[in-house]
Design a protein around this ligand. Structure first.
Ligand code: NI
Length: 180
């Protein structure tokens, strides 16, 4: 497993990442696959303690200081693990219905959690190249996975989750929004 230094410098994080050339270079492929492995290890109690890393379910290349439109997701659940190593992801459609995490979002690049609800579309359809399956994929995600993917895609555009929190009323409830 490769250990990464996660960037917290907002000057770097605010940059807009650039499209990646396909077919993927060996270097880019290794990087995005290593990012998935990093996330997987971060959710393993023993490994996260051993390496002193925070558990995470998503990571974008810009969080490593690499300005490329690549992101990793690794969601380990009781019965299945969902992982993606996405290159040039695009949201092609989303629901009008919104959702939010009742615990609020967090980010490996934001050392101190910012409280408040982040509203995002409940469902999204994303097209991308996936370095795990080595195919162009269309992902239909809802709920938690949809939130993770949208949070990571925000990173590609230099947006951090707390920018989406209502500063005056961080816990304002929006009608019809799904609580995740
Ligand atoms: Ni993040």
């Amino acid at each position: 497993m490769k250990l990464f230094d996660i960037i917290t410098d907002t000057k770097i994080l605010k940059q807009i990442s650039e499209e990646v050339t396909l077919p993927l270079s060996k270097e880019d492929e290794e990087l995005v696959l290593d990012m998935v492995e990093y996330l997987r290890a971060s959710q393993d109690e023993e490994l996260s303690e051993k390496y002193n890393i925070r558990p995470g379910v998503g990571l974008a290349a810009i969080q490593l200081g690499i300005k490329k439109r690549m992101l990793a997701v690794c969601l380990v659940e009781e019965k299945k693990t969902t992982s993606y190593a996405l290159v040039n992801p695009v949201i092609v459609s989303h629901s009008v219905r919104e959702c939010f995490l009742n615990t609020g979002e967090a980010c490996l690049s934001v050392p101190i959690d910012v409280d408040g609800y982040v509203y995002r579309p409940y469902k999204v359809t994303i097209k991308a190249y996936d370095a795990i399956t080595k195919k162009k994929v269309t992902i239909k995600a809802r709920g938690y996975l949809s939130i993770i993917l949208q949070h990571e895609m925000d990173h590609l555009d230099g947006i951090l989750y707390y920018e989406r929190i209502d500063k005056k009323e961080p816990f304002r409830l929006r009608q019809g929004a799904e609580v995740i």
